[in-house]
Design a protein around this ligand. Sequence first.
Ligand code: TRP
Length: 339
Amino acid sequence: MRIVSGIQPTGNLHLGNYLGAIRNWVRMQDEFTAQGHECLYFLADLHAISMPHVPADLAANTREMVAALVACGIDPERSILFNQAQVPAHAELQWLLSGTARMGWLNRMTQWKDKAGKNREGASIALFTYPVLQAADVLLYQATHVPVGEDQKQHLELARDIAQKFNNDFASDAEPVFTLPEPIIPPEAARIMSLRDGAAKMSKSDPSDMSRIDLTDGANTIMTKIKKAKTDPEPLPSEKAGLTGRPEAANLVSIYGAMAGMSVDAVLSEFGGKGFGTFKPALGELLIDRLAPINTRFIELRQDQAALDAILRKGAAMARALAIPTLEKTYRALGLVRD
Ligand code: TRP
């Protein structure tokens, strides 16, 4: 078994990233490395250039994201933590897979349709071929399991389609070149919503700071944001069905559950009938308690650029070594001479 996943080095990590993806990475690391399996986690900096970006910000965000991941519990001694840009095999394999991926498959990707919008002619080629690079990211290491959010399921299916077609076209059944990766989508807390709008995902691009809890937020900020979170005037229901049509209430309850390791029903059996005047301070305290250690480590680590670069350097060297066999097999399967 091998676990591989990536995250784009956007700015600050927030609660949605933590509960949706990172915490699951940490759990998988703890469980699988103890059994002798490898976990590879990387910053998808090559993906980040598919949209307009500021080079200095990309570099800063990449390092900041390493600090955040380590603060959240990714241990560079147990997991292989690196950035794509230091492992050229990702870009190489993407090109090698480009002969197999079909235009029609990429045209159906919802992320492409959403991000390109009406302006397809003006979108970058990288935005269109983004899923092929993502396929290369996982196929390169023969990943068996890929922890991702619900929104990345389609890209993982594409990776499987590419792997299958490549194996079909260029390898024998007895000796396939690529392993078909399984997506692992955490059932709970996969979608944390904005604190200002229960219909919008918590996002770093939301102009309102009050819409999200950032991992840089201290105790006072966390409590203020939770107390000011949008809600309705009703008390909490004692059963899940009572949250229908109350997206803001549902979001706060699911954040509580995810943080406390409780089901929504368990949270409601504790807080059902109580108003937000009781529930919000309890949620704020819980978040402060769980996020404070992460916050402290993050603030400390992000100042030490040399240490962050050393983590990436070491992870990249290990990733480069692991990538060689599959990359070589792929070149040869295609009839490309490597001597
Ligand atoms: N596209 C993913 C996202 O936006 C990030 C990513 C890049 C990824 N390569 C990957 C995730 C490979 C899983 C596996 O969340």
